[in-house]
Design a protein around this ligand. Structure first.
Ligand code: 4AD
Ligand code: MG
Length: 482
């Protein structure tokens, strides 16, 4: 009969001394003397390894030889008090099955610290490292916490389309979706691409945001959220941008901009608290890792707070709410602007903020998360609600230390005439968006929403420095491996 498997997390968190059980996992390291082998086994349920002790006399030499870093095992044995330092108990092996060997001359992961750059090249194997398995567990926990947060509040989870014919942000950064043979694209008489002959009989693309469809659902269910992949063909090779990333987009009927900010702040704090409560072991590991990384940075770029202190800090402080106009004044007077240290100098009202400005406000000036609101309409999307001053819209961005923008959102323009005028000014195809405009024609209400970049949130919670390291298989310009 096949023995029931016990997960290593359960073994390590219970007092099972004297019990016999079966564990399964992958070998992290093996230390060996003539008489005994110590095997560190990890099964991904926790950052910690279980020490397995195999006496040489009980096993064939050929079996022990197969047990190398990366090999997969099932081990049956008894939990006994440990003789060695480092663990309270260990598993005394009685039988070992080697499921799969990992040729030590070829297996790329050695029991030492590998660079993140190297690990990106073997992204198919990197979840087997401590760092990446910790990040993936935190990622899972945060995804779960997001659903729990909205579920507790009575929001409905909506799936918006991934293939669409609209460009919600209007920034023209979409990936085309087509079924054409690209060597023989059908053309119309006047030489244009004839999309009528394509799969959808019109131009289609991958979605950049589920917001517009989310708004439709909010006009019936009141409070909804989407949580799905979004795609942007922007050529930004930065540590904060992916071509494929996951976004959480709540949309709420009857919410104004203040309500929107309140919900966003509450949600971010909920997620941080959830991670502290449910990912303590992984966060402790990542905290230590981040502290080691800090040592390689120049003194003036080091974080004053450790990772876990930064998470606590977010929980314990109210976010600073500042209008764009106030922020511009602060930036104009700032030292890096006066001394021309910013790459993009802030000269006048209306300037788009770069991440250097966002990070100055958060990290140097306010020293806490900042919600910037009421941006100039010309640097924001067509759907944002126009303020009475004729110059600004009810936008809000949340800026986080070490990250910059983590959330972008707004109150939406619910007045049909205002919306159409703005769409025309911004060359948004009004005719094709009649379905969207219908929400303003029939039973329109004030409403608001925002988008949280899931990977940016994970960056913050794990203390990692590059967004490519918090998603299993990053897609960036020139990189679509695996
Ligand atoms: O500010 P963005 O572009 O806003 C929207 O898409 C709105 N439709 C959201 C809404 O109101 N429903 O994007 C929202 C967030 C950003 O604040 C950022 O965290 C993340 O998505 N984001 C990216 N994350 C990774 N890679 C990229 N290329 C990203 N672009 C935006
Ligand atoms: Mg934005």
């Amino acid at each position: 009969m096949k023995e029931k498997r016990t997960k290593i997390k359960e073994v390590l968190s219970s007092d099972l001394i004297g019990q016999k059980l079966m564990v399964m996992g992958w070998v992290r390291t093996k230390r060996e003397s003539k008489s005994v082998a110590f095997i560190a086994l990890n099964d991904g349920s926790t950052i910690h390894n279980l020490q397995v002790v195999a006496n040489a006399e009980s096993f064939e030499e050929s079996t022990l030889k197969k047990i190398t870093t990366g090999a997969s095992l099932g081990v049956f044995g008894e939990i006994v008090p440990s003789q060695g330092a480092g663990q309270a108990f260990e598993l005394q092996a009685e039988s070992i099955e080697v499921y799969g060997e990992a040729d030590p001359d070829k297996y790329p992961l050695q029991p030492k610290r590998h660079s993140l750059e190297f690990l990106r090249e073997i992204a198919h194997l990197r979840p087997r490292t401590n760092t990446f398995s910790a990040i993936m567990r935190v990622r899972h926990s945060l995804a779960f916490a997001i659903h729990q947060f909205f579920n507790e509040k009575g929001f409905s989870y909506i799936n918006t389309p991934i293939i669409t014919s609209s460009d919600a942000e209007g920034a023209g950064e979409t990936f085309h979706v087509t079924n054409f043979d690209l060597d023989q694209v059908p053309k119309t008489e006047d030489g244009q691409v004839d999309y009528k002959q394509d799969f959808f009989e019109k131009e289609a693309n991958l979605t950049v945001s589920g917001q517009l469809e989310g708004e439709l659902a909010a006009m019936a269910l009141s409070e909804i959220y989407t949580f799905g992949p979004t795609f942007r063909a922007e050529n930004s090779n930065t540590t904060r941008h992916l071509a494929e990333f996951w976004m959480i987009e709540p949309e709420m009927a009857f919410y104004d901009l203040q309500d929107n900010m309140n919900l966003a702040e509450e949600m971010l704090k909920y997620l941080v608290q959830y991670a502290l409560d449910h990912c303590a072991d992984d966060l402790q590991f990542l905290d230590k890792r981040a502290a080691d990384e800090e040592k390689n940075k120049p003194q003036n770029e080091r974080n004053e707070l450790s990772l876990i202190e930064r998470l606590r800090f977010v929980l314990e402080n109210e976010f600073e709410r500042v209008s764009y106009t106030e922020a511009i004044e602060i930036l104009k007077r700032s030292k890096p602007n006066q001394k021309k240290k910013f790459q993009y100098l802030i000269e006048e009202w209306g300037a788009d903020l770069q991440s250097e400005h966002e990070r100055y406000l958060v990290e140097k000036h306010f020293k806490k998360p900042v919600i910037l609101y009421n941006y100039p309409k010309d640097i924001k999307a067509f759907y944002m609600r126009q303020n009475d001053d004729g110059k600004t819209v009810g936008a809000m961005d949340i800026l986080f230390p070490g990250i910059g923008e983590i959330i972008g959102g707004s109150q939406r323009e619910e007045r049909l005439d205002n919306l159409i005028t703005r769409m025309k000014e911004m060359d948004i195809p009004v005719e094709e968006m009649q379905w969207y405009l219908d929400t303003r024609r029939y039973g329109a209400v004030p409403h608001s929403g925002y988008g949280l970049g899931f990977e940016r949130m994970i960056l913050f919670v794990t203390g990692m420095g590059n967004i490519r390291d918090v998603i299993p298989f990053p897609r960036t310009p020139g990189n679509c491996e695996f």
